[in-house]
Design a protein around this ligand. Structure first.
Ligand code: SAM
Length: 276
């Protein structure tokens, strides 16, 4: 299947809003540039009318121009290879593609071939989740990564010493990509499952649950996550904005969790809760 690239020229104040709106339409890879950003979606899921509707909804507030381009699947690797820069997170974690040199000073070295999946560490939410993971002891722990995308957070859990890792993802081609990346990093034992919250029902409880998805999915699926979270276990959430934090805190409190802390980058949040 081919992909559709929509490139939006929009001022920086509105770029996050449009990213979230297009995310709701099923776009699941984003690349910022100086004038705005490009967003990618499977051709079969693309609706030009839906994109137009979003642009028109904000027309009174901001000027937006966009172009649409079809990208053949075989050209996709070239596209991201052109744009994927290696990254350092928390002065310890290197995230790079296999064609980049391994940095000598990296304590943790993650290799990601993202194809069309979300999660190269370049998005604020991925970086924030990794920064929060670095504060938790993963050694010998059971870890669940909901909405795993490329599998980057599950792989990070492996690097931090987790002994059993389950990763769940709703898009089938993303599941394939997460499995490839898990193997590439020496974590072929990560159990990557296709689906959503229904796939974890009845699982042995987890010490740490990671979920970087979006506000609405988190609000809806949090009870299913908490049902498989150990007492004293941690739930790390991201994929939402500072203005949504109180809503998620309220939901977590209703479910018996305690809010511990959160980090913010460009208005995106990652929060840590404990099942105490
Ligand atoms: C924001 S990305 C996060 C990817 C990666 N975990 C990271 O931190 O970079 C969210 C991912 O969740 C997937 N997703 C969306 N809804 C989901 C659901 N209800 N259950 C599981 N995965 C879901 C999307 O396809 C996407 O790959």
């Amino acid at each position: 299947m081919d992909f559709i690239e929509v490139t939006l020229k929009v001022n920086a104040d509105f770029a996050d809003i449009f990213t979230a709106e297009l995310g709701e339409l099923g776009f699941n890879a984003f690349e910022e540039n100086e004038e705005g950003f490009s967003a990618y979606i499977d051709e079969a899921e693309f609706s030009q009318e839906a994109v137009e509707e979003v642009v028109n909804r904000y027309a009174a507030m901001v000027q937006v121009e966009y172009t649409i381009q079809k990208i053949a699947r075989q050209n996709w690797n070239e596209e991201w290879e052109k744009n994927f820069e290696p990254l350092f997170i928390g002065d310890k974690v290197s995230v790079r593609a296999s064609f980049h040199e391994k940095p000598a000073k990296a304590e943790y070295d993650i290799v990601i071939n993202p194809k069309m999946s979300f999660g190269t560490g370049h998005h604020e939410t991925t970086t924030l989740m990794i920064e929060n993971q670095l504060t938790l002891d993963h050694q010998g722990k059971r870890v669940l990564d909901m909405g795993c995308g490329t599998g980057i957070l599950a792989i990070m859990a492996g690097e931090l010493g987790a002994s059993e890792i389950v990763a769940v993802e709703i898009e089938d081609w993303t599941v394939e990509n997460a499995r490839e990346n898990a193997e590439l990093n020496g974590y072929a034992t990560i159990d990557v499952r296709l689906g959503g919250a229904e796939t974890i029902k009845g699982d042995q409880p987890y010490d740490i649950i990671l979920a970087n998805i979006n506000r609405n999915v988190l609000l809806e699926d949090m009870p299913a996550y908490v049902a498989v979270l150990k007492k004293e276990g941690y739930l790390l959430l991201s994929g939402f904005y500072t203005e949504d934090l109180s809503m998620l805190q309220e939901r977590a409190t209703e479910l018996g969790l305690t809010y511990l802390s959160h980090r913010v980058k460009n208005n995106w949040v990652s929060a840590i809760f404990k099942n105490s």
